[in-house]
Design a protein around this ligand. Structure first.
Ligand SMILES: Cc1ncc(COP(=O)(O)O)c(C=O)c1O
Length: 419
């Protein structure tokens, strides 16, 4: 099947991902449609991490020997790769965390402290109804602790942000606007730069959750209007255990440390401490070294394939999937129905069949999807459902895999004798 916009040499690219050629129970080939949950890893990421552990393993910064120097160089090289990948003006603005959730908690916690960006009583924090819980709960905790008010953009029936009340929501009281670039549940791509412009008019900080954007789109942190931006490595063909916080230097400089410990200090006395400069001020203790090195290899890999080409592939596969899902009777897609301005996650309901049952039957056919609330309960509530089934594609997804999903859904309907 030829679908315009797909990556050329897709079969060759798929060979970079060893897991994609494995078979499951009953000899079923794996059809992996759960990449918004976590992506598969190319051999180069696996090899880079193994090589680091086999040949260069040592703690960073503090080891006064060759291995320590090699390990530090590999870790800091990964920071350079991240900075280049997201077009950060400076490598010092790239902070390694353990995932996106930790990066968002870092920001929401440090904003409670006295200082230029302090959030306090009378202030407002604006989020959206389509956020992952990682970009809701930290702001609930912040506003509950400080007496600030949490407000949010609602959603249209089509699953886009309802911007009709933007001037009521973003006002002189707004201190922070925190939103996802690409929804992990609805697939919607949000007009981040437009919202950032309005937020900046009132002097608010813009925090962008780019966990689904960095894997799928070319990301330029300054062009998108973010003051702070986070993502998680494992959705971008990198390992688990590594995330990134990028922030404008002035903003990061103005925030206090989040966690205290080794390597984040300049000096320590029994009474008080002074802190290291960026980015180390925010990296207390031994960081996830091999994970950062793996993330560097992952982003190099994506950069080599090309983010424009990956985005085009995602849009082509998403368009093909939306058309295929439309042929399944009783299936309702939650979120935008056109592939333009849409990411690769498609959540849907199948009339009369619980999402867990859908996923379980698909699994018997080797098709891996996610079922549940996808850590986006408010977005599900907005559409009056508890949970949904979600397929999510990535750079290695083929039209044949989408066909296997659609066949599996038709089989599921027959199996449960609905319709
Ligand atoms: C949009 C979005 N934000 C944040 C997260 C949290 O990522 P992590 O669990 O790696 O912190 C996810 C993960 O599903 C996500 O999709």
């Amino acid at each position: 099947m030829t679908v315009p916009g797909l990556l050329s040499d897709l079969e060759v690219l798929r060979k970079d991902f060893p897991i994609l050629s494995r078979t499951l129970a009953n000899g079923q080939p794996l059809v992996y449609l759960d990449s918004a949950n976590t992506s598969q890893k190319p051999q180069v990421v696996i090899d880079t991490m193994v090589d680091h552990l086999e040949r260069h393993n040592a703690n960073i910064a503090r080891a006064m020997h060759q291995l320590g120097a090699e390990s530090t160089a590999a870790f800091e090289h990964a920071r350079d790769v991240v900075a280049g990948f997201i077009a950060a003006p400076s490598r010092d603005e790239v902070v390694f965390t353990k995932n996106a959730s930790e990066a968002l908690n870092l920001v929401a916690n440090t904003l409670a402290w006295r200082g230029e960006h302090q959030v306090g009583e009378g202030d407002e924090v604006v989020i959206t109804e389509m956020e992952h819980h990682s970009n809701i709960v930290p702001w609930q905790l912040l506003t509950q602790r400080t007496g600030a008010t949490l407000r949010w953009f609602g959603l249209t029936d089509e699953g886009r942000l309802d911007l009709s009340d933007i001037d009521d929501l973003i006002t002189e009281r707004t201190k922070v606007v925190a939103l996802t670039w690409v929804s992990n549940m609805l697939g919607t791509i949000n007009p981040v730069a437009e919202i950032a412009r309005r937020a900046h008019e009132v002097g608010a900080l813009v925090v962008v959750d780019a966990s689904q954007a960095v894997p799928q789109l070319p990301v330029d942190v300054t062009q998108c209007g973010a003051d702070l931006l986070v993502f998680t490595g494992h959705k971008a063909v990198g390992p688990t255990g590594i995330g990134v916080l990028w922030g404008r230097r002035e903003v990061l400089d103005a925030l206090p440390p989040f966690l205290g410990g080794g390597e984040m200090i300049e000096t320590v006395t029994m009474a008080r401490s002074t802190y290291a400069g960026l980015p180390h001020k925010f990296e207390a203790g031994t960081p996830p070294i091999v994970e950062a090195v793996g993330l560097g290899a992952a982003l190099d890999y994506l950069g080599h394939v090309g983010m424009e080409a990956i985005h085009a592939h995602e849009q082509a596969i998403t368009g093909y999937a939306l058309a295929g899902l439309e042929t399944v009777p009783g299936l309702t897609v939650l979120g935008p129905r056109d592939a333009a301005e849409r990411g690769g996650a498609i959540s849907f309901e199948l009339d009369g069949i619980h999402p867990h049952d859908v996923a379980t039957v698909l699994d018997t056919r080797g098709v891996a999807v996610r079922a549940g609330h996808h850590c986006a309960k408010p977005a599900h509530a907005r559409f009056g459902v508890q949970s949904s089934t979600r397929m999510s594609s990535y750079l290695y997804t083929t039209p044949g895999e989408i066909d296997a999903l659609v066949d599996g859904l038709l089989y599921t309907r027959d199996y449960f004798e609905v319709g």
